[in-house]
Design a protein around this ligand. Sequence first.
Ligand SMILES: Cc1ncc(COP(=O)(O)O)c(C=O)c1O
Length: 395
Amino acid sequence: MTQSLTDSLSEQLKSLHSLGLFKSERILESPQQSLIQADGKKVVNFCANNYLGLANHPKLIEEAKKALDLYGYGMASVRFICGTQSVHKKLEDALTKFLKMEETILYSSCFDANAGLFETILSGEDAIFSDELNHASIIDGVRLSKAARFRYRNNDMNDLEDKLRENQNFRHKLICTDGVFSMDGYIAKLKDLVALKEKYGCLLMVDDSHAVGFLGETGKGTHEQAGVLGKIDILTGTLGKALGGASGGYTSGKKEIISYLRQRSRPYLFSNTLAPVIAHTSLKAIELIQDDNSYKNKLMSQTKQFRSQLRSLGFDILDGQHPIVPIMVYDAVLAQRFSEQLLEEGLYVVSFSYPVVPKDKARIRIQISADHSQEDLDQALLALQKVAKRLNIIK
Ligand SMILES: Cc1ncc(COP(=O)(O)O)c(C=O)c1O
């Protein structure tokens, strides 16, 4: 029996290799930051979600060390038994205030937050309307729920409205979307989504993992940027990207929803919460960016400049303002060659092809960070230009 399973997996692994879909992991021999050592080579990193450059920030390292003395290392328990310290409550309160929501519950990842949301609050009489490009954790979370499911085309408000109009007779209806679609850097149309949710009497859930900390006037995320603060019923997000980059996630929303999640959400009830060192340091990351807009401002102005320089060099990039900058190559093999040759030039970026993105829409995805210096950005442009010319991607 074991042999037949391992044989079958081994065949599938071979097939991933031959299709060019096998993912190998580079080993970083340095902390996560703009200049890293990867597989023995010094390169500039343009593929982390380290948007605000906090993943190796000296103040946060200092706070993390303090936290070990204050709270110890591990919790060795789930929250409702003996796994809640004052720092977990403080972080939940800080997120609630920062996001302008009613209450917040922590999870050990945003994947867990999404996986533990839908089946807990919805049942067979309810319906979920989900954007087709939503993150895997939303897709899995929705699958776990007994609610009816309707998938609408990415950011297509007409398609969503058709589905809402045709399916009005469910008890509770929930629209769910990523705040930012991570393969394209496109931002969800929250103003329109709020209008639709009000028109059809739905709830709206937004996963703001790629926005919390830097989009909007004070970095609250897509809801602030779209001018709909206070109008989103449920927000989920990660502490593993802009807010320090360690790990952890949360769900924020109406207090009844959050209280109910504490009682019934399985990844919360049956899994350890964040290590206190992460809870404390994430709290300090939030305080840091609340007191100091410079991280977010640097990120956004570097993004604007880099996007416009790429365009002047003749690159085909997807429109937008997000620090996720996809350079379209279309051909999967060419995209892979592009990223490999960029690495030789000291630039670490990743190529994406089918099935992660649609067929013939292969690309490399660049992610800007506030940790990048002007020199890093200049070096990246030079490398991109040199390799792209060599490969006939630009003239
Ligand atoms: C939109 C979105 N949601 C959720 C997650 C998962 O976050 P975490 O790493 O906290 O599980 C990610 C990370 O890739 C994401 O991009």
